[in-house]
Design a protein around this ligand. Structure first.
Ligand code: HEM
Length: 517
């Protein structure tokens, strides 16, 4: 009898606890955050609780995609296609406003001056990353450099940055050449056997996966492919659950995907742990001399300086971070480049001419890459028009004052890179044209009217650590491809850039590829 009484008491307490959590999560906290932001002068589309503005975003996207299917033209004016809800809200609320993903307030920013003022007083280590995304992407990045905060970020960044120094990257160029040469041979035999078209995005994503596997962990592609495929499967799974980001208890709404992402995460962790253990136990055996993991393990050696070492757990998370952050973004930069060059034959020829002048018949070496100036302009212009990382996210860990506004601690920020890269106020009336020559005079900002208006690699202390590696890979792969083939648009190509975490051609990228005579 007493047991039954106790049991009922516990059940009632649990029930009330859960009820209170639901009431607070779905109503009390969001409403108080909403009022706080409103009294501090922030405006934006009206949210409904607990979905915030998600329903409206879905409706606007649905409407836009049904309209855009009818158009088959390649337009680079993509902001209103990839972020139609932001384009629409900008018209009524300007370039800075609050919108809600579920019960999470997000400060939308597409104004570089506001961004500058906001970030002026905040050090790299004081920025947070939105907890909603952290939870969602935990299986992918764990506590790797992309997500970590505070003193742990300082320590990790301190250990990782030197690994990406040009002197270390130099040794990786030849493995990039090897992998690209294998892909070129495959393309040549495909063409010989009658294939006219190649889906360059699929091919280059595989190539970039192989390159990052080799340059990060020194793997043969056989074992790299398993990690790569699991990461890719996880990305798709996470995207499906993403639709409910910010909605309390949303992970219970798609339990299948949540469990699937967890399972994949565990498998990837265990694969990577065994790679790290093998590397620790057999230093230097069977791997290229200097790869990223090798460099990090050097920092991690027994006499490593106090406070600079990375634990095995952290190394696993860094490996995942490099793998995910490193292959997909670079592959997309290269794929979009091939599309734009297929559309602009005069630039394709100019780059070929530059390759002949700078490299000639010599073997491709790291030192020669700096001479490929025009290729650098083309890369920047592609990153402007089709930024693989379409947004940068932060979370305030303290109240931040910008002019007369105070951004409360805990507010998430969504910096719309696509909007700024396509803003005629910043770039002029030819903003949506492919004009690499913008970067001729001003190779850092392409003549953008504001220094914070061109952010393909983010900003401040948290700027992308892998940008030198990307630039090298981009030049190696593009040089080899343009020296062998010419590229034209396939009639089968349908221009539909869309967001799957990164900005990708959602219906593939078939191009007509012909060997050069
Ligand atoms: C075209 C290629 C790439 C693009 C567009 C890109 C873009 C970005 C962006 C936008 C950020 C966020 C910066 C911020 O929050 O301000 C970032 C951070 C980062 N990226 Fe990249 N990235 C690329 C390639 C790479 C590569 C090749 C690697 C590594 C192998 C890499 C590793 C990282 C890491 C570790 C961070 C976190 C840095 C930190 O928070 O301290 N990225 N990247």
């Amino acid at each position: 009898m007493e047991f039954l009484y106790m049991f009922s008491l516990v059940m009632i307490s649990v029930f009330f606890y859960l009820l209170l959590r639901v009431v607070f999560s779905c109503w009390v906290w969001p409403i108080s955050a909403y009022l706080k932001l409103k009294t501090r002068g922030f405006r934006g589309p009206t949210p409904s609780f607990p979905l915030g503005n998600l329903e409206e975003m879905k409706n606007i996207s649905r409407k836009t995609s049904s309209q855009s299917i009818r158009s088959s033209m390649i337009s680079h004016d993509i902001h209103s296609t990839v972020f139609p809800y932001f384009a629409q809200w900008q018209q009524s609320h300007g370039k800075v406003f609050i919108y809600w993903l579920g019960t999470e307030p997000f400060l939308y920013i597409a104004d570089p001056e506001f961004l500058k003022r906001m970030s002026n007083g905040v050090m790299g280590k004081s920025w947070g990353k939105p907890r909603v995304f952290k939870r969602d992407r935990e299986p992918m990045f764990g506590d790797g450099l992309v997500m970590v905060e505070g003193d742990d970020w300082v320590r990790q960044r301190h250990v990782i940055t030197p690994a990406f120094a040009p002197a270390n990257l130099k040794a990786m160029a030849s493995s990039m050449v090897d992998s690209t040469t294998i892909m070129i041979e495959k393309w040549s035999s495909l063409i010989d056997s009658g294939h006219r078209e190649i889906d360059v995005e699929r091919e280059i994503t595989s190539l970039a996966g192989e390159i990052i596997a080799r340059t990060s962990f020194g793997l043969s592609y056989g074992s790299g492919r398993e990690v790569f495929e699991k990461l890719r499967a996880m990305q798709i799974t996470l995207f499906k659950t993403n639709r409910y980001v910010g909605v309390p208890f949303s992970k219970y709404m798609c339990p299948k995907q949540t469990l699937e992402a967890k399972r994949l995460g565990k498998e990837i962790d265990s694969l990577l742990s065994s790679i790290i253990e093998a590397r620790r136990n057999n230093p230097g055996k069977g791997y290229i001399e200097k790869d990223l993991l090798g460099l990090l393990l050097e920092e991690n050696h027994e006499n490593g300086q106090l406070g600079k070492t990375l634990t095995t757990r952290e190394l696993v998370d860094e490996c995942k971070t490099f793998f995910f952050g490193g292959h997909e973004t670079t592959a997309l930069a290269l794929s979009w480049t091939l599309l734009l060059l297929a559309q602009n034959h005069q630039w394709q020829n100019q780059l070929r001419e530059e390759i002949r002048e700078v490299i000639g018949d010599n073997e491709l070496h790291f030192a020669a890459l700096a001479g490929l100036k025009k290729m650098g302009w083309v890369m920047n212009e592609v990153l402007r028009l089709y930024s693989p990382a379409p947004n940068v996210q932060r979370q305030a860990r303290e109240d931040i004052r910008v002019n007369e506004l105070t951004i409360p601690n805990g507010t998430n920020m969504w910096i719309d890179v696509v909007a700024m890269h396509h803003d005629p106020d910043l770039w002029g009336p030819d903003v949506n044209e492919f004009k690499p020559e913008r970067f001729q005079e001003d190779n850092l900002y392409g003549g953008c009217k504001h220094k914070m208006g061109f952010l393909p690699f983010g900003f401040g202390g948290r700027m992308c650590v892998g940008r030198n590696l990307t630039s090298m890979e981009y030049k190696v792969v593009l040089t080899l491809l343009l020296s062998k083939f010419s590229f034209s648009i396939s009639p089968a190509y349908c221009h539909s850039p869309s967001i799957l975490l990164s900005l990708r051609p959602s219906r593939g990228l078939p191009l007509v590829v012909k060997p050069l005579i």
